[in-house]
Design a protein around this ligand. Structure first.
Ligand code: MN
Length: 400
């Protein structure tokens, strides 16, 4: 036995020199970007998107960039830009300084051991660490995740003003421009009757030349859901997302069994344990992946693998990350096999101003993977100066 081990060792090449990237500094900056139009969610309306950018520098001079985005504040996941910045600055940064950015498993475990939850903050840090790894190895991040299986993502556009006439016009404009032919109605901010009438009007107008989906963000109970969803299906709805509260997997399973369109779970699947429970209970038959809610790209990839193992296909969700985050999401998305309904990385089009040097590439109804090293996206320092919340002066008059 000893002899055999010795022989194997003789055949192996000598260990390569280590590529340690020791973390020297971490800086967080909150940026406020105006949106092209008001975006209504079940809980609130938004006219701007606030994002935390995270700059992690190593002793060797490599800078990794991460981005933590919430859907306009804490209503979805409990974290807000201000809490993300605070958790990183005060509690998470000291855990990472002096550590090797390549030891990502150990660093994530260290953060989890010292700070409960705060997945959005941890996801932004992990994004920066992966960016460092890609830059140090001169590889795109998707090559660190198993390699790519796709170069683009069919893109859904949110219809989220609440006015069906305006929403139909907006959708027809998008179709004419060959930007989007998949639309997701954001629901739950109107009373259910008005909201369902609105969704049916939009679905009937567009059903023959577009795919219409709806996301209720947990705002309905089971009774409301059980009369509303069949009506919307009759009008041409192609997919229903999370109508009921995230904890109610039993009701979710009853809905999944009762309808013949996909029941997409978003809020119900944040952790690996959530994914296990959904697989066991047949609560849904499509899973929305989001880097932020699951605490990073690698845990999201794990959840994706678990879903596929259970025979549940994937959907690429978003918190309206602008182009840096959309690019980072595409690095993961490029490695995902089974995305029958595409995704919605639309943040790069919803912001009126972007802070990346190259904007996310949307055309022919799809978002295209940007090729490059690391996350393949670069922050423009002048734009960062112009839109950072703590800027000394504004070069932009916000009209809204
Ligand atoms: Mn959702």
């Amino acid at each position: 036995m000893v002899l055999r081990t010795q022989k194997l060792a003789d055949r192996e090449s000598p260990l390569m020199s280590t590529t340690a990237q020791i973390i020297e500094s971490i800086e967080t900056i909150i940026v406020d970007l105006p949106l092209v139009r008001e975006q209504r969610f079940a809980a609130k309306g938004a006219r701007s998107q606030s994002i935390v950018y995270i700059f992690v520098k190593t002793r060797d001079g490599i800078e990794g960039v991460g981005e933590s985005a919430t859907p306009s504040g804490p209503w979805w996941g409990g974290e807000a830009p201000e809490t993300i910045k605070l958790m990183i600055d005060i509690y998470l940064t000291p855990l990472l300084l002096g550590e090797d950015a390549f030891n990502i498993d150990a660093l994530m475990a260290k953060m989890d051991g010292k700070v409960f939850g705060n997945n959005f903050a941890k996801a932004g840090l992990e994004m920066a660490l992966l960016d460092i790894q890609g830059k140090a190895l001169n590889q795109p991040v998707y090559n660190l995740l198993g390699g790519k299986v796709r170069d683009s993502l069919p893109m859904s556009w949110p219809l989220a003003t609440g006015d069906p006439k305006a929403e139909i016009e907006e959708a027809e404009g998008n179709i004419a421009d060959k930007l989007h032919n998949i639309f997701k109605l954001k629901m739950g901010f109107l009373d259910p009757k008005t909201d369902v009438d609105r969704a049916c009007t939009v679905a009937r107008a567009l059903r023959d030349h577009a795919s219409i989906r709806a996301d209720v963000n947990e705002r309905w109970d089971e009774e409301t859901t059980s009369w509303a969803v069949p009506r919307m299906i009759d009008a041409g709805l192609a997919l229903i997302e999370q109508p009921m509260p995230r904890w109610n997997l039993e009701a979710a399973a009853r809905l999944t069994a009762a309808i013949n369109i996909p029941h997409l779970l978003d809020e119900s699947v944040c952790t690996e344990q959530d994914m296990l429970r959904v697989a066991k209970t047949n609560a849904g038959n499509l899973v929305s992946l989001k880097i932020m809610k699951s605490g990073g790209i690698r845990r999201t990839k794990l959840i994706a693998d678990m879903a596929l193992a259970a025979g549940i296909p994937l959907y690429m969700g978003t918190f309206l990350e602008p182009s840096y985050g959309a690019g980072a999401n595409m690095q993961l998305c490029a490695t995902l096999r089974d995305l029958p309904y595409g995704g919605e990385l639309a943040g790069g089009l919803l912001v009126a101003e972007d802070i990346c040097e190259t904007s996310a590439n949307y055309q022919d109804f799809e978002l295209h993977l940007q090729e490059g090293v690391g996350m393949a996206m670069k922050i423009d320092p002048d734009k960062l100066r112009a839109f950072r919340r703590d800027r000394e002066y504004s070069i932009h008059a916000f009209s809204k």
